[in-house]
Design a protein around this ligand. Structure first.
Ligand code: FEO
Length: 394
């Protein structure tokens, strides 16, 4: 038996918490876990918005049954087909065999592709509506936020937007669901990290989706991950708007690889230069220790990026090389970029990092220091200078 949280008139939260999985998508660490959100609208017709990850199917069904008792589900609205949300469709169909699967053309192709289901479906198009009785739902296709089939569902009656992954974040819901009833501290940083790693490549589709949503008068955002946004709905939209425009705040991320501490000393000198020029938001990451998902999150957050690397087998430090590929994949725009490096007998890293900055079409700071062996006074001061130059450009 479950007491499901009521979100609005006739709308209930029936999602679940995952405190078991170590890494989301087997890639991104989950220090605070993650929730898979699902919502039930109980009207003349009953609609369920999305399901949950397959291993939580039993709890999910129990939560639905606690709410519906002997009633059935008429529609499953599938806003997003990624298996963390579609994974329990098969199980749902076993308990509610008459449920109609509602999605757009791409959704229904995926339902068939993933689960072999092609019966009792309802294909909708952008702007189509579905009446449940008192509640009138409108569907908005928002491709690539974060898969090609993604869409959002708007309940005009209660002014609730079911937004799929958009406006979501990592972090389980520990007893409360609404943003007004829980401490939100952990969720804001986890929203940056979620966006940077999961949605980060799709800035332009997110902007298109935001434009599509602008005319809608919604007061509540029900995402597929994290709290339901009411009081802070506009703040989450502002964060997504800022991130999808790749707009960095004043601050600098210094990422370095260092095998024996020489490149790290250069990084410390760069940080000193930044602070001497008044930059307070300086975040340093040792690439061998920080998980890349946290580094990317900070790179999305701040305008300045400085990377340092030793030469290793005539290339960049391998972890720096891997990070650079992740940045390239996400096509992060409009950053100010500085770099530095060290070597013992053949230096290549400043050349490589300069090429990377140019490829990204960023503003690249000149006179990058590259030290041979241990850090000496001249290059120490040059590193401080790189920090100062960066500060002047922000
Ligand atoms: Fe939470 Fe794109 O799935």
């Amino acid at each position: 038996m479950y007491l499901n949280t009521q979100i609005a008139n006739d709308i209930y939260y029936v999602g679940v918490n995952d405190r078991i999985k170590h890494k989301f998508e087997n890639m991104f660490p989950l220090p605070y876990g993650v929730s898979y959100n699902s919502y039930l609208i109980v009207d003349e017709k009953v609609a369920l918005i999305d399901t949950v990850e397959v291993s939580f199917g039993d709890i999910f069904i129990e939560k639905i049954q606690s709410q519906l008792k002997d009633r059935s589900i008429d529609y499953l609205i599938i806003n997003h087909m990624e298996p963390d949300h579609s994974g329990s469709i098969t199980q749902l169909r076993k308990y509610y065999p008459n449920v109609t699967l509602v999605g757009n053309k791409k959704t229904l192709e995926m339902v068939n592709g993933y689960y072999g289901l092609d019966d009792n479906t309802l294909e909708i198009k952008d702007g189509d509506t579905l009446s449940l009785g008192r509640h009138k739902l409108t569907f908005y296709l928002t491709p690539m936020v974060h898969w090609p089939e993604t869409m959002m569902t708007y309940d005009k009656t209660e002014k609730v937007l079911f937004s799929g992954d958009a406006f979501g974040c990592f972090g389980t819901l520990d007893g409360g669901v609404l943003d007004t009833e829980i401490n939100l501290d952990k969720y804001w940083d986890e929203m940056y990290r979620y966006y940077a790693n999961i949605v980060g490549k799709y800035g332009s589709p997110v902007q298109k989706a935001l434009q599509k949503l602008t005319p809608l008068d919604f007061q509540t955002i029900c995402s597929t991950h994290g709290p339901v946004w009411t009081k802070y709905a506009s703040k989450t939209i502002d964060i997504y708007d800022q991130l999808s425009r790749y707009e960095g705040k004043e601050g600098v991320v210094i990422v370095y690889g260092s095998m024996y501490g020489n490149t790290e000393k250069m990084a410390e000198a760069v940080a000193q230069g930044l602070v001497q020029k008044g930059i307070k938001n300086v975040v340093m990451h040792n690439v061998a220790k920080s998980d890349p998902s946290f580094i990317l999150s900070d790179i999305f957050k701040y305008k300045g990026l400085i990377i340092g690397s030793p030469t290793y087998t005539n290339e960049l430090h391998p972890e720096i090389d891997a990070l650079i590929k992740k940045i390239e994949t996400r096509q992060i725009k409009d950053r100010v970029f500085g770099y530095f490096g060290s070597f013992s007998w053949a230096g290549v890293v400043t050349k490589r990092l300069a090429e990377f900055g140019e490829k990204m079409n960023w503003e690249v700071l000149e006179d990058a220091p590259e030290e041979k062996m241990g850090l000496k006074k001249e290059k120490y001061l040059a590193c401080v200078q790189i920090g100062k130059k960066m500060a002047e450009r922000l």
